[in-house]
Design a protein around this ligand. Structure first.
Ligand code: FE2
Ligand code: FE2
Length: 401
């Protein structure tokens, strides 16, 4: 057994609240996973927060406060909220975190460093509740600080993605006026959205993890962009021993992470495929990954298949939402009424990579942006050009959309 896993508390009926501990044999470092509530039908599912203890106590990610999870995933999208979610108290996630800390043998003032894996709301919005009660300093990659440090980052993301999706053919939300008028949003209190956190030490490159000026032995930061510009992972373990990779949302199982830049994400997968000493991957949602190389191969194949499906669909002019809502594009039904903009963005990043290698062209038809195949080239030739771009490190990490 390359690692040990101990359950300290099982998940509750809503799939969160569980606490598990992971150890590498012979390594003094111990990692405790605390799972906090985030919806899994319309959202990515409960967020795992990780406590890493060696010479310092590091918390990776914070989860999302329950009232903001309800607002973002249900109220803002005008979606019916299940009673078991509506009945959760506003501080449900926070209570799960506090119980997890206690089971792990710690309290908030023990945390030395809060490390944010990336600037998505389910990873840092509970930060203020934690920081106000302790001494932790905060670190995150510089490229995601615009989201993490902006008090209106969450609202800005919602409004800008909404407009972007409507522009690529997605039907507008059912009550756009209500959704866009901030002070009328249900479950929405402008004051409570002052949820940005200050990053004390931005991460600029791959390096040993540091708190202020002190390096933490046996913890390496890796920049793994593509899910977001500033996504990072942590490699934990002795220098020549086996490692645990804490990867945020860069690798997930069983769901596949959404790339915000597919080309950069494919480059990150190539890099991860070369890691030879990882015994265990701990993602921020869903299941642990025991075989890194298999998961990387699965994700590469998944995106290859989705690129091919997208390319074939563009034999006729299509707008992005035509593609996203095609039967079989996703293995779950994409309900056009759910205004799940991630579905549209997933199709967009695949179409844009095909456009980049001139497999499809973009054009305006009847005031909408459509894409169509510019030649009858076999998909394998198009994919070959994409792989050439992926192999060219000079393309990294320029964000394109
Ligand atoms: Fe994410
Ligand atoms: Fe996430």
């Amino acid at each position: 057994m390359p690692f040990t896993e101990t359950q300290l508390k099982p998940n509750s009926i809503i799939g969160s609240g569980g606490v598990r501990r992971y150890n590498l044999p012979g390594d003094k470092c111990s990692i405790t996973r605390i799972t906090t509530f985030c919806p899994d039908v319309i959202g990515p599912g409960p967020t795992h927060m990780y406590l890493i203890q060696n010479e310092a106590l590091i918390l990776m990610d914070t989860g999302i406060p329950t009232h903001l999870a309800k607002a973002f995933f249900y109220y803002w999208r005008n979606q019916p909220i299940p009673p078991e979610v509506e009945n959760l108290s506003d501080d449900h996630s926070e209570q799960e975190f506090l119980e997890g800390m206690e089971l792990a043998g710690y309290s908030i003032p023990d945390i030395d460093l809060l490390l944010i894996s990336h600037g998505h709301p389910d990873h840092f919005l509970m930060g203020n509740a934690i920081l106000s009660r302790g001494k932790a300093v905060v670190s995150a990659h510089i490229l995601d600080t615009p989201e993490i440090c902006n008090p209106w980052g969450m609202l800005n993301m919602w409004i800008s993605k909404q407009q972007q999706m409507i522009a690529v053919g997605m039907p507008p939300p059912s009550s756009p006026k209500q959704l866009l008028k901030g002070d009328q949003l249900r479950g929405f209190d402008l004051e409570s959205l002052g949820v940005s956190i200050k990053v004390d030490t931005p991460i600029l490159q791959d390096s040993p993890l540091a708190i202020s000026a002190s390096t933490i032995e046996g913890v390496e930061v890796k920049h793994l962009p593509g899910h977001s510009p500033g996504s990072i992972g942590l490699l934990v373990g002795k220098p020549r021993g086996e490692k645990v990779l804490l990867c945020g949302d860069v690798l997930l199982s069983p769901i596949t992470p959404h790339p915000d830049d597919l080309l950069v994400y494919l480059q990150t997968l190539e890099e991860l495929g070369n890691y030879d000493d990882v015994a265990l991957v701990l993602p921020a949602h869903g299941r642990i990954v025991k075989n890194l190389k298999n998961r990387v191969a699965f994700l590469k194949e998944h995106h290859r298949n989705r690129l091919e499906l997208t390319y074939e669909a563009c034999r006729m002019p299509r707008c992005v939402w035509d593609i996203a809502s095609m039967p079989d594009y996703f293995n779950t039904y994409v309900d056009p009424n759910k205004f799940n903009f991630l579905a549209g963005l997933e199709a967009l990043v695949h179409i844009e990579v095909l456009n980049m290698v001139e497999g499809v062209r973009r054009s305006n038809i009847r005031d909408e942006v459509h894409y169509f195949q510019s030649s009858e080239e076999p998909f394998e030739e198009i994919y070959g050009r994409i792989m050439e771009l992926v192999a060219d490190k000079r393309n990294r990490p320029i964000m394109r959309y």
